[in-house]
Design a protein around this ligand. Structure first.
Ligand code: SF4
Length: 342
């Protein structure tokens, strides 16, 4: 029987690259006022051609406007409107826009099927180094987001950024914290383990996370995290095929959103699905698309969102049928029932 690894056919839109934080490993941000905000009409032009492709998820990924800024309300409204636009065009939005107020999260729940925020690392030591000029990277602010997501029943993605000056013990503590909060609310779909991969825009002069350590971290994370949380790794940051396979053997089961551009790591383009299949299939792994909300959380969504998710599930089934009918792409050893139940 083939083993399954999932990914989300996705496209990322960026309301704004401006961010009031200055994380030294950032390859995304511009200074406030230096990045024009994405208009709804420009977003519509970006999304239109995707309607005829197999894209399900629209990742709305934004730089942060300070909570006390007079621009905050307009920034939030733009994100909300972009989510509504994506929904109206038949896509499933997933927003990651940094820490939000409880009310902002509550409102965004109405127009998102899931949301996300990287915890990165909980150790306060980083506030003296890579996060010295990043007020929203306060560990307690970020863990509170996870708690609020739980209280609001928002299916959530979080993760660790590895190799930004933390210790191994810091990894286990951060994973333990995620585990504890999940045991209370049962709302974490996935934990991303993202290796720091230096880019051309960052000011931090530090080596990449040692690739050979990743399988070991995944192996241990799998033992710390509850079984219903999926471990995700970004395949564009796991360059070596054997290393990617080792990560799966260690317990990773999802490759996240595969979109034309990784906005957070623009120097590392995503491999396309065909290339991934060519790496995975000979080792007995089948690459299967998934939606940005896992089936066990669909009942948490509004009736309207549930309807759209159902429609997308049928579309996903068609994609899988297409793949299963092609023996070159998907082995007949793969149980359809197993795929559909993901
Ligand atoms: S990593 Fe995120 S929070 Fe930090 S500066 Fe970049 S965009 Fe802002």
């Amino acid at each position: 029987m083939s083993r399954i690894v999932t990914y989300s056919p996705a496209y990322t839109i960026v309301p704004t690259y401006e961010c009031f934080n200055r994380c030294t490993y950032c390859n995304f941000r511009t200074d406030p006022g230096k990045s024009p905000w994405l208009t709804l009409s420009a977003a519509e032009e970006l999304l239109k051609p995707l309607q005829s492709q197999n894209i399900c998820e629209i990742l709305i990924l934004s730089g942060e406007v300070h909570p006390n800024s007079p621009e905050r309300q307009a920034w939030f409204q733009r994100i909300y409107d972009l989510c509504e636009l994506a929904l109206s065009m038949g896509f499933l939005p997933h927003t990651n826009a940094g820490p939000l107020s409880f009310e902002e999260m509550q409102r965004l729940k109405n127009v998102n099927v899931s949301m996300g925020l990287m915890l990165e690392q909980l150790t306060p030591k980083l506030l003296k180094t890579v996060h010295r000029h990043s007020p929203s990277k306060l560990p307690e602010v970020r863990s509170q987001q996870l708690q609020w997501a739980g209280e609001l029943k928002i299916p959530f993605t979080t993760g660790l950024l590895l190799g930004i000056g933390e210790t191994e013990d810091d990894w286990w503590e951060t994973l333990e914290a995620i585990s504890q909060i999940h045991q209370r609310y049962h709302h974490i779909q996935e934990v991303i383990l993202q290796p720091h991969s230096p880019g051309s825009q960052q000011t931090l002069n530090a080596p990449p996370f040692n690739p050979h350590q990743l399988p070991e971290v995944i192996f241990k994370a799998r033992r710390i995290l509850p079984q219903d949380i999926t471990i995700q790794i970004p395949p564009n940051l796991v360059k070596d095929d054997q290393w990617l396979l080792a990560c799966l053997e260690a317990g990773a089961r999802d490759l996240g959103g595969i979109s034309p551009k990784d906005e957070v790591n623009p120097d590392y383009p995503h491999p396309n699905e065909q290339l991934l299949r060519e790496i995975l299939q000979p080792a007995g792994w089948e690459l299967v698309p998934r939606l940005p909300v896992y089936p066990q959380y669909e009942s948490w969504l509004s009736v309207d969102l549930q309807k759209l998710v159902k429609k997308k599930s049928l579309q996903k089934k068609d994609i899988i049928d297409e793949l299963t009918e092609n023996p070159v792409q998907v082995s007949d050893r793969l149980s359809r029932e197993e795929i559909y139940n993901r």
